[in-house]
Ligand binder design. Sequence first.
Ligand code: PNS
Length: 157
Amino acid sequence: MCPGSFDPVTNGHVDVINRAAALYDELVVAVLVNPGKAGFFPVEERMELLREAVAHLPNVRVDSFQGLLVDYCGAHDIPVIVKGLRAVSDFEYELQMAQMNRELAAIETLFVPTAPQVGHLSSSLVKQIATFGGDVSRLVPKVVDDRLRERAAQDPS
Ligand code: PNS
């Protein structure tokens, strides 16, 4: 399981998904819905972008879920969560979640260090840059770049 908000998917996510897909027979990439957060792209659109971004990986399935990650994993017999670590700053929060998920449901978390070329990427920076007309074409899959350009053209604020 590779969980996240994926709002939107970046090349950093794709790096982690590629590598997790090489480690396991099956990989679920799940958009976890945060009911308190509107999000930039609706969940259905995030899933559609993800599906296109991982279309080259036949053992990857994209899904969404609202609730506890461990409940989804339990219901689908998923034994491992895979998370990317960009920097030490990610580690503290990710460690806390990994420990909590293990306490809740004895589920293991595997940390994958992101490729250094994508270590500076985040969905929030990508959205900010794209909203102000910056070029994010090297940072996200083409389908996401196209969609961000459409959004910026519709809403040039
Ligand atoms: O891409 P993000 O926003 O860093 O992903 C965080 C996410 C969605 C993986 C995390 O918030 C999560 O697992 N949410 C589901 C709710 C849950 O299980 N919370 C308890 C975590 S210990």
